[in-house]
Design a binder for this molecule. Sequence first.
Ligand code: ADP
Ligand code: MG
Length: 683
Amino acid sequence: MVNKSNYNYLLSDLSTLKGVGKKTVSLLKKKKINNIFDLLWKLPKTFIDRSLSTKIKDLRIEEHQTVTIIPQKYNFPRIRNLPSRVLCNDETGELDCVFFNSYEGYIKKILPLGKEITISGKVGRFRDKYQITNPKYVSEDASIIKQKHNTYSLTDGISEKVYNKIINQIIINLPILDEWHSKDILKNFDNISWNDSVKELHKPENIGKYKKNFYQRLAYDEIFSTFLANSEIRKKIKKIKKKNKIINFKKQKEMINSLSFILTKDQFKTLEEINNDLSSSTKMFRLLQGDVGSGKTIVSLLAAYNTINSGFQVAVMAPTEILSRQHYSLAKKIFPKNIKIEFISGKSDNKKKRKIQKELSLNKIDILFGTHAVFQKKITFKKLGLIIIDEQHKFGVNQRKKLSDKGGDNCDVLLMTATPIPRTLTMTVYGDMDLSIIFEKPKNRKPIKTYSKLESKINDVIRFIKKEIKNGNQIFWVCPLIEESKKLNHASAVKKFEYLNKLFPNQVSLLHGKTDINHKEIILNRFLRNEFKILVSTTIIEVGIDFPNANVIIIENANKFGLSQLHQLRGRVGRGNKDSACILLFKSNLSENAKKRINILKNSNDGFKISEEDMKIRGFGDILGFKQSGIKNFKLADPIHNNDLFLMAEKEIKRIEKSKEDLRKFKALIKLYDRADIINDIA
Ligand code: ADP
Ligand code: MG
C-alpha cells in the first residue's frame, strides 16, 4: 500500500510499478529514468481524443480515430510476411483490420466474429477500402476506449498504451506532500500544491501550457531547490573560520607598476573583492568570471602574490599542461626572484616529483603550477593558503565542494572561467560561490573582424592567408564538426590538411580527435614557437592558451556551432596587438535567421551578450557543453523564459538565509530533486 504522505514512493524503483517488467525497466533506465519521480517529467507531447467515435463512412484518412465495428471474416494468409486481415463493417461501410506479425489466436480473441467491438488507431486507405493497421486500442467495452490518451515521445519498445497505464498508476498513487513553500511564494501560483500541479501537468488538455500556475510552480520547485542547495554549500563554507591573510599593498603596487600595461577598472575591482576575502577570517569561495582575453590571469597572480607575501603557499591548476606552463612562465617573469616557483605535471619524472613533494612539505616552494597533478594524494603543502583553478567550467558542484575541502580550513579558493553566461544561468551553475566579474576588456584590443564566406569562395580565403603568412602571422583552421561521425570528422580534417599542405608545404600541422595528448602538446608548443604557420584542427583548440602570433581563425561549416562557441573560438586570436580576423565558412547561402545570428557575432565582441542571444535561439541546455558537464539540467525551468522565477527564487533564498528558518520543511523537496548528497544536513 502506498503511504500517501511520504515521498519515498516517488523514489522507489521502477520495478515496483504494476505491469512494469524487467525489459521496460531497462529501456527506461537507458533514458536515465531510474525511479518513479523521473517518470513524472516525461511529458505528453500530444494527445489523441478517442472520445468521439465515427461511423466508417465518415472516417478521415491519416488521422487517429475511434470506430465501433463488427468483425465479419478472417483472412489468414499461408505466406509468411503477408499481413492477416479481418473484414469488419458497421451499417455505413466496410473496414479491414490489418495485423502484421500477430498470432491467429490473438486476433481471434480480440476481434471475435459477430461481436460489436470498439477499436482505435490511425486510419488508412488501401484498394479503395478503409483500414486500420495494428489497431492500438481494441475493446468490447466502448467506454474504455473512448477516452483521451496522451502520446509521449516514446522509448523504443514501450507502447503508448503501457506508458499511459504507468503514468496513470503513478498519478493515482501520487503522495500528498506537506507544502514546503512560504505562503507569499505560493500566492504567485494561485496556491496550487505540488501534488495537484503534477496532476495538471499530465492532463492531455494542458499540454504546452507553460504559463499556467501548475507549470510555473513546478519549474519554480526545480529552480528553488537548486538555489537552496547552493545556498547551503555557501553557508557551510562561510562558517569555516580561517587565519586571515595580511595584504602587503606596497608590494602589490610595486608589482602592478612593473607590468607592461595598466590594469582595467574591472581588474582593479575584482582584485579588491578577492583581497577583501583573503584578508577576512572566513574562507573564500569565489568565481572570477570574464570573457576570453579579459585579463583574469594577472588578477589571480596578484592575489597569489599577496597570499605568498602573507606567508602562505599557493597552488594554481589549469586543465592542460600547455596552459599551465603559460601561467608558470608569466609568474617567472613578473614575480621577484626570491619567490620560489615550481611546475608539476603528470609527465614530470619521479625524481622531480619527489623533490617537489619534499620542498612543498617544508614550505620551500611558494607557488606550484600544474595540471591535475597538483592535487595528487602525495602532494601535501605545509601552509597552503590559496588554490586557483583556471578554466574548469566543467567542474560540477560536487567537484568544487571537494576541492574546497581539500585545501584545509585556511585555504581560500578562486575559480576562473571564460564562459560568460547569462545571470540566471550563473546563479544556477555557480550559485554556491561568490562572484567577481570582469566586464571591461583591456583598451588596447583591436576588435576581431568577423566575415562570412561561402566555401566555394575558398580561393579568396587562400589568397588572404598567403598575405597574412607573408606578414609573419599564423592561422587556425577549424574543420567542420560532424557530430554524428567521428570517422567523418577525422577524414575531413585529414583532407583539409592535405589540401593546405600542398599549397603551403611544410607550413601546416594537424590536430584531430585521435591525436594523443603528448603529441598534441608538442604540436601546440611548436605552433606557439611559430615553427609552422597553419594549425588545422577538428577539436576545439584549448581554451585559455595565449597564441599572440596567431591572428586569423577560419571556421568551416560555421553553422554547426552555437554563437557562444564561435565567440570562444574567435577568442583564440586577437590577443596580441595585431589586426585579427575570423572567417566563417558556409556551405550554402545563409537563411535570414542564420544571417541574423551571425550578425550578432559580427557586431558584438561581448561574450555575455552573445551567450544571452545564443540561449534565446538555441535554449540553454546546450550552451557551451553544459549538458555534458554533469550539471543538472532542468526539466521544466528555462533560464530565458522563466527569468522571473529565477529572480523570485533568488529573493526567497536571501530571505530564508536572513530569517534562519528551520530548513527541515524542505526535506522532501531536496530528497526528490536529487540534491540530497550535497546537503545531507537537511535530510
Ligand atoms: P583571460 O581572461 O582570457 O584568461 P588573459 O589573462 O590570458 O585573459 O589575458 C589575455 C592577454 O591580455 C594577455 O596577453 C595579458 O597579458 C593581456 N592583458 C591582461 N590585462 C591587460 C590589460 N589591463 N591591458 C592590456 N593587456 C592586458
Ligand atoms: Mg585564461
